[in-house]
Design a binder for this molecule. Structure first.
Ligand code: BGC
Length: 530
């Protein structure tokens, strides 16, 4: 039977980085009760699902992506009772909860690994990858060799990420049973979906030197997520996304995942993670259009996003986060979130958060950027290294959410938050935004309200207009009943003509004229066509 994913088009997902959203117990770290207190805010934006970054028990060497108990909540965030209350309260408000599923690695403090590393005979030994000497020259994503010596067994174990994140050996059927049981544990609690962390890493091929996309990847995904009782569970994978791999993972006959992220447009404007390069929004547009066409042709879900906890702010890299911050942030929202797919909004994006600038290393926490610093210390002049980290650190988007302009920004009652606030929090915070005539969050509310009202913006087809015109993105979303025109001008003011005219539905400027005419830099407008 052909599976229909059409209901997923009604989703608007709000991603929460729990450490940094809202602290309720004055320890400087965001928590579950804090999230409960802000559910109405999330709902007011028009979101109807929350993706929670990991809240499980963890030593926090990678802020929760190093899990030591998949069935418990880290005390930093609260208790299982708090989680149950969050789930119930969210459901009552019509908000779904999507959990992070981190299955490529555990924490080195996980009971499995503590057992595994104790002796070669231990039944858990085979849950991880071991070798008498480093099998290859793989580097950890966070710097240094990907192989770490373990004294008790005289062997090396593989860690694709931090030393405290040993890779789990999925070739072992017992491991797969464990993960199936973990998924079922959360599904039985009532969660609505999973975001699957670095999922393509779970199958490797050491002979071919493949760290990801190994020969058993699809078989493993199907084994866990293809089970009948998970039919209505939403899944989104973080995985390599070539056109072939997206088809292989999300094709309707595959019984694997409902969707995967596609990140290639987010690589524009930088080389590697830490070096800016000249760029234009047109480059992003081209990539988006290519994926719209491809996913439309194959009836695949596409994820609409520009930000998450793993990247500095898109707005700062790609547009003008100073005098045209409102125009840029709203333009990006219209250009991306009115496309066909599922919008994923990352906390803070809706108030136009921008990158910070810190001149001391102590203001950073991200294991990835600290690893980069360590690897390059002495090779690159200190001041340049700091510039690079300011540009590329994941901390940019992980700084505590600024709810208001007060000293502690309504985030915590503790003296210090776990990570210093963004350097522009006095200017960029929710309360100031809501008071401003140019309110980004108000635009977001209007945009998602419109998306909710117009079926064409959710399920309608996508067609690009003005394909060869530079510095703008113009498209139509339509179904049998509705036809909507989206016009996003980019960096430079210019005249756009030859467009069909219609009734103005939404704009980030006080647009007087119709669809044709002068557009200011980053002006955008949405029209209903006859
Ligand atoms: C997560 C990161 C994390 C890494 C290792 C990622 O893709 O999004 O935040 O550091 O996986 O788990």
């Amino acid at each position: 039977m052909k599976k229909s994913f059409s209901d997923c088009y009604d989703l608007v997902v709000y991603q929460i980085y729990p450490r940094s959203f809202k602290d309720s117990n004055a320890d400087g770290v965001g928590d579950l009760c804090g999230i409960i207190s802000k559910l109405d805010y999330i709902k007011s934006l028009g979101a109807n699902a929350i993706w929670l970054c990991p809240i499980f028990k963890s030593p926090q060497c990678d802020n929760g992506y190093d899990i030591s108990d998949y069935r418990d909540i880290d005390p930093l965030y609260g208790t299982m009772d708090d989680f149950d209350r969050l789930l119930a309260a969210a459901h009552e408000k019509g908000i779904k909860i999507i959990m992070d599923f981190v299955a490529n690695h555990t924490s080195s403090e996980h009971e499995w690994f503590r057992e595994a590393r104790s002796s070669k005979e231990n039944p858990y030994h085979g849950y991880y990858y071991w070798a008498d000497r480093p099998l290859n020259d793989w580097r950890s994503e966070f710097g240094g060799s990907a192989w770490e010596y373990n004294e008790a067994t005289g062997e090396y174990y593989l860690h694709s990420f931090a030393v405290g994140q040993p890779d789990v050996n999925w070739t072992n059927p017992k491991v797969r049973e464990e993960y199936k049981a973990i998924v079922d544990f959360w599904v039985n609690k009532g969660v609505d979906g999973f975001r699957c962390d670095v999922l393509d890493h779970i199958s490797k091929d050491f002979k071919k030197g493949l760290r990801r996309n190994g020969p058993h990847l699809h078989e493993y995904i199907r084994e866990v997520f293809g089970r009948d009782h998970l039919e209505n569970i939403y899944t989104v994978g973080e995985a390599e996304t070539t056109t072939e791999s997206i088809l292989a993972t999300c094709g309707q006959d595959r019984k694997e995942l409902k969707s995967v992220f596609q990140f290639s447009h987010l690589a524009v404007g930088r080389r590697g993670k830490y070096t800016p390069v000249p760029h234009r929004m047109d480059e992003v547009k081209k990539i988006l259009v290519r994926w719209q066409r491809f996913t439309q042709k194959h009836d695949l879900l596409y994820i609409l996003l520009t930000d998450n906890h793993d990247r500095p702010w898109f707005l700062s890299r790609m547009a003008n986060d100073r005098e045209l911050r409102y125009e840029s942030a709203t333009n990006i929202a219209a250009a991306v979130f009115l496309l066909k797919g599922i919008p994923f909004v990352y906390e803070g994006q809706e108030i136009g958060c921008a990158n910070s600038h810190y001149s001391d290393l102590a203001s950073f926490n991200d294991v990835e950027c600290l690893g980069y610093y360590k690897e390059n210390e002495g090779k690159i002049p200190e001041s340049e290294l700091l510039e690079r980290i300011n540009f590329g650190s994941r901390d940019n988007s992980r700084r505590p959410f600024a709810w208001d302009e007060t000293e502690s920004h309504g985030f915590t009652e503790a003296k210090e938050p776990w990570l210093p606030y963004a350097t522009r929090s006095k200017e960029i915070n929710l309360s100031s935004d809501e008071k401003s005539e140019k309110s980004i969050s108000r635009f977001y509310r209007a945009l998602f309200a419109l998306r909710g009202e117009r079926e064409a913006l959710r399920r309608g087809s996508f067609r690009q207009l003005k394909r060869f015109k530079r510095n703008c993105f113009v498209y139509v979303r339509e179904n049998e009943k509705e036809k909507i025109l989206v016009v996003c001008n980019f960096e430079k003011a210019q005249k756009i003509s030859g467009l069909p005219e219609g009734k103005l539905l939404l704009s980030n400027a006080r647009r007087q004229s119709g669809a044709n005419g002068e557009y200011a830099a980053f002006e955008c407008a949405v029209y209903e066509l006859e």
